[in-house]
Design a protein. Sequence first.
Length: 453
Amino acid sequence: MKCISLKLKLSLWFTLILTIVCAVILILVMRIYQSTEKKLLLQTLDNATDSMVYKMRGDWKYRKDMETGKLDDHNFLVDDVQLMVYNKKGDHIAGVFLYPELDEITVHETDKPVRTELDGRDYYYWDKKTRTVRGNDMYVRGIIAAEDDLFGSLTSHITILIALPVLLAMAFGGGYFITGRFLKPVRDIRKTAEEIRSGGDLSKRIGTSGNGDELDELANTINTMFDKLDKDFDAQKQFTSNASHELRTPVSVILAQCEYGFDHSDSAEELLQVVSSVQEQGYKMSGLIKLLLMFTRIDQGTEHYPKEETDLTELVHSVCEDMRIIADKNIAVTEKLDPVTAYVNREMLTLLTVNLIQNSLRYGKENGTVKVGLSESGNMAVLTVEDNGIGISAEDLPHIWERFYRSDRSRSSKGLGLGLALVKQIAGFHGGKVEVESTEGIGSRFIVKIIKQ
């Protein structure tokens, strides 16, 4: 069964709600109309009955003409009120007597109108007593048709009953048209998403009307998401390509060494060299895989890296001590550390510091220096690593944070091109950032800022 479109659903709901609102308003209006009509009817009945009472009490000629039968029926029809005159015994004296069943109701003075049914229709009657100048008691009974009930009021206003469905049909048509206009961005979103799904082209974007409404905001949000997806997919492709390339080299070396070992299996010394080479490449692959896993886990948040209050001064000093041991080219590692504590993951901050200092040592000059600094700036802990090495060219500077990126001059080094990318990732994990200032041939200065709490 075909699903009802959102456009039709909204139009139907709009029409249904409008119908309920119109029905409620119509009923309230008719109730008010009925109440007002009733008040007017009772006021008319009261006035007509009082008028007859006053004439009988004060106009002796009118009363004589009435008693002698000289008055016509129209004298007893006043503003839709039928008037009847009785003596104190309940006998007819004059008036319009159309309903015999009304005579069965005893005439007596009432202080308010009484509702009764005559010939299947409701009426109000009111009995009022008067005394003539001769001292005779007489009764005047006035009767008027009661107001219609709610259904009768509606049927008596046939124009409303005809106009209401027409107006609702027009409202449905207008709502259907307007809903279609409002939902156009949603259709564009679906169309663009379908084109991306079928064609795999993440460069497509959803058009916006520019009026800044909620649908525009939704379209802009989705476009921003497409921008990030496009960028992430490109980075993933590049990352996969680079990772494959980096893993291909040690795998090729291992296979080549194994073949060489088979060919020279009679020499223990040759076999030892083969095993040593395979081990070296295995360590290289293990390190690469470990780094790749860390990147993935930080990106996806699939592994918890707990933070704790850490003495950064002690951590950085310990790393500097270790780096002095492995430093070559007679490079001196100096420290200028202020007392700083921060809420961080100790393992990750150690890895960040190691990578920065190792990077400076790897590209430092003979007899050079690496200066390590630690300080505070507001709620930020600031780590600096400065060297007087070969520096970074302006061409390479924007790319040093990319994974597996290595400039032409660093191709001969043992690095994987992941150190600085990992530094940036770890800084971001701690709500911070990393910056670099470098001049080719003079040296580089890396600044890491992370939130202390």
